[in-house]
Design a binder for this molecule. Structure first.
Ligand code: ATP
Length: 371
């Protein structure tokens, strides 16, 4: 990636790499975080998210590569001089101090006038639902309360660059859901630049302007949540995002160019212009939301038996037979029960053809470009 030196770049990583005892935890990471942007590093445990963040924060020396903040190299600048706000998984708060004192601490260090300090702390206590706890000592709080205090004491200082590493991991589902909205609102109001580490796709999808999906130390795709969901670049991204996971169906591609066709065990010889995928055995990816189910047969449908119904509340997920495989299909609650016969069909325009060898997925415009 070419180095950008325009004023709207807050953070830039250039070929950032970290090797631990021969294990490449982060591989040549290139990333630009724009001012005011909320970008998430999303990936499974051990993919290198925290290592990336620790290098940006200054806790870990990179093996090679460069980190720039506001266009200036900071790779060898000490932590305290990087002017970064941090909340890590193993958050730290002062256990002997009251919650109010915890929140005031950073503002006192910044020499913010007293009246303004108090006002800001009250404001954030309200936003993060801490008002009833202001007199309690840090050590008296439960995990969820401590996590909110850790978040609040950094947010009150309004850092120019905020690094958050799984800051909601100790919260229950309901609190996480409400805090997601609150955090996004605070970030937008303050125009704060945030790099957020999570393995939770809902957190990443709901809060981020862009997401970097990582696996084995590599940034596989950096794009908007919509693009990550609808236009995944490869099989890993397609399978990591979406609940239920995308259906992956074995298929065979025949012909080439405009006469290319795709066959699955059930659907035979369907025109599917891919151009860049060579003939042979490949994989067709289709999301449960893009499969249509009906009680009666319809044009192009195939009969399928419901093997399992998963209750998602507002929707149900049917697991239905498709040749030797099972497909997941989203339906309205009550649509079918286990053992019922239903009729399903999908439109190939919603499907992704995955190159079986490389795992790459090409989208229509890229197919044109690569053809
Ligand atoms: P998690 O969500 O579980 O924290 P992560 O995506 O943040 O995962 P990292 O903690 O960055 O992943 O770890 C990336 C890889 O580097 C893993 O294989 C991990 O075992 C290894 N690793 C991390 N820190 C060290 C260290 N200090 N010494 C040796 N190996 C390390």
């Amino acid at each position: 990636m070419k180095g950008a030196d325009t004023g709207d770049v807050k953070l830039e990583l250039r070929s950032l790499r970290k090797v631990f005892d021969g294990v490449e935890a982060v591989k040549e990471s290139n990333l630009i975080l724009k001012r005011g942007e909320f970008l998430s590093l999303l990936g499974p445990s051990g993919c290198g998210k925290s290592t990336t963040l620790a290098m940006i924060a200054g806790f870990l020396e990179p093996t090679s590569g460069e980190i720039l903040i506001d266009g200036k190299p900071v790779t060898h600048v000490p932590v305290q001089k990087r002017r970064i706000g941090l909340v890590f998984q193993d958050y730290a708060i002062f256990t002997k101090m009251s919650v109010r004192k915890n929140l005031l601490f950073g503002l006192e260090a910044q020499k913010v006038p007293r009246a303004e300090r108090e006002k800001t702390v009250d404001e954030f206590a309200e936003k993060l639902d801490l008002k009833g706890l202001m007199k309690a000592r840090g050590g008296e709080l439960n995990m969820s309360e401590m996590q909110r205090v850790a978040l609040a004491r950094v947010l009150v200082t309004k850092p120019e660059l905020l690094l958050l590493d799984e800051p909601m991991s100790n919260l229950d589902a309901a609190l996480r859901a409400s805090l997601r909205g609150e955090l996004k609102r605070i970030q937008k109001d303050l125009g704060q630049t945030v790099l957020y580490v999570t393995h939770d796709q809902i957190e990443a999808m709901s809060m981020s302007d862009r997401i970097a999906v990582m696996n084995f130390g590599e940034n596989l795709q950096i794009a908007s949540p919509d693009d990550i969901y609808h236009r995944p670049k490869n099989r890993f991204v397609a399978e990591f995002i979406g609940d239920p996971p995308i259906n992956m169906i074995s298929c065979t591609v025949t012909g080439s160019g405009r006469s290319q066709r795709v066959s699955t065990e059930v659907h035979k010889d369907i025109p599917f212009e891919t151009k860049v995928v060579s003939p042979g055995d490949h994989v067709l990816g289709i999301r449960a939301h893009h499969i249509v189910a009906a009680h009666e047969a319809f044009h192009g449908s195939i009969a399928a038996v419901v093997k399992l119904v998963e209750n998602f509340g507002s929707e149900h997920v049917l697991h239905v037979t498709y040749g030797q495989d099972l497909l997941t299909v989203m339906v309205q609650p009550g649509f079918a029960r286990e053992g019922d016969e239903v009729h399903v069909s999908f439109d190939l325009k919603d499907a992704h053809l995955v190159d079986r060898n490389s795992g790459a997925i090409y989208h229509p415009d890229e197919r044109e470009a690569a053809a």
